[in-house]
Design a protein around this ligand. Structure first.
Ligand SMILES: C[S@@+](CC[C@H](N)C(=O)[O-])C[C@H]1O[C@@H](n2cnc3c(N)ncnc32)[C@H](O)[C@@H]1O
Length: 239
C-alpha cells in the first residue's frame, strides 16, 4: 500500500472534504492536475454524455472503454495509445493513483483518455444504460480473507450493473490472481445477460482469451509473473 494512502481505507462515497489534505497531498493536487483528471464532483455530470469529457474529433462517436482501478495507469495509457479511435476512462478511488495514472496519460500523449476519482461501488451515478462499449477489471479484489469479502467489487450488484451499463455485444475483460473470486463471479452472472466467452486459469501457459496484440500487461500482473504465480483471465460478452 502507498505510504500516502495508508489509513484512508475504502470510503463508501467520494466525498472530498472527508479527507485531510495535510495527510494526503494528492487530495488537493489531483484536482489541480489538468484535463486528464475528472473530479468526483464532476463525474456524475457526464452521465449519458461521456463523449463530452474528451476532445471532439471528426467521424463517428468514439466507443467508450472503461477500466476500473487502473492503479498506476500503465494498462490504461497503453491501451489508449493502442486504440486512439476510442475514448478511455479509468475510475480510481485512491488520490495518489489518480495522479499517477494522469501522469502516465500525459506523458503518453493520450488525449483520448481520462481518469475519474470515484468509488466503483457507485457506478450507477455515472453511466446511462448501454453507455459502455468495453469494460476492464484487473486484480480488483486483493483481500483474500473472508472478513473483507463484503468489500469486493466482483459481487452481485456489480454484475447487475454490468448488465445495465454495457451495451449489447459489449465485452468485459478480467485478469485476476484470485481464482476463486472468478469462480464466484461466474456463478452469479448465471441469470444475467452476460456470458463467458473464454476463461483461462494461467494466461502465460494457456494464452489470453483475446488477441495477444490487443493487450497490455498490468502492473499487478507483472508482479505475479515475476513470482511465477498464475494469473487468470476471462472474456465476457453482454448478450
Ligand atoms: C490491486 S490494484 C490493481 C491495479 C491495476 N488494475 C493492476 O492490475 O495493476 C486494485 C486497484 O483498484 C483500486 N480500487 C479498489 N477499490 C476501488 C473502488 N471501489 N473504486 C475504484 N477503484 C478501486 C485500487 O485503488 C487499486 O488501484
Amino acid at each position: 500500500m502507498d505510504e500516502q494512502d495508508k489509513g484512508l481505507g475504502f470510503r463508501p462515497r467520494a466525498v472530498e472534504d472527508y479527507f485531510d489534505p495535510d495527510l494526503n497531498p494528492y487530495m488537493k493536487s489531483h484536482l489541480e492536475f489538468g484535463p486528464e483528471v475528472i473530479s468526483a464532483e464532476d463525474g456524475p455530470t457526464f452521465k449519458g454524455r461521456w463523449h463530452e469529457a474528451f476532445p471532439a474529433r471528426p467521424g463517428p462517436r468514439p466507443e467508450l472503454h472503461l477500466e476500473i482501478g487502473p492503479g498506476n495507469g500503465f494498462h490504461l495509457s497503453g491501451m489508449a495509445a493502442l486504440h486512439p479511435e476510442r475514448n478511455w476512462l479509468g475510475i480510481e478511488i485512491r488520490f495518489k493513483r489518480v495522479v499517477l495514472t494522469a501522469r502516465k496519460l500525459r506523458s503518453a500523449g493520450c488525449e483520448n483518455a481520462r481518469v475519474l476519482r470515484y468509488d466503483a461501488h457507485h457506478l450507477d451515478d455515472l453511466f446511462a444504460e448501454g453507455e459502455i462499449d468495453g469494460l476492464y477489471v484487473h486484480h480488483p479484489d486483493p483481500w483474500k480473507r473472508e472478513k473483507r469479502a463484503k468489500h469486493r467489487l466482483l459481487l452481485r450488484p456489480f454484475a447487475e450493473w454490468i448488465g445495465r451499463a454495457l451495451r449489447p455485444g459489449g465485452t468485459m475483460r478480467i485478469k485476476s490472481d484470485f481464482h476463486s473470486n472468478l469462480d464466484d463471479f461466474e456463478g452469479l452472472i448465471e441469470e444475467l445477460p452476460l456470458r463467458v466467452v473464454r476463461r483461462v486459469d494461467d494466461l502465460r501457459a494457456q494464452g489470453l482469451p483475446w488477441p495477444e496484440e490487443d493487450d497490455v500487461t498490468t502492473n499487478y500482473q507483472s508482479k505475479f509473473d515475476k513470482r511465477g504465480l498464475p494469473v487468470a483471465a476471462m472474456l465476457l460478452v453482454r448478450d
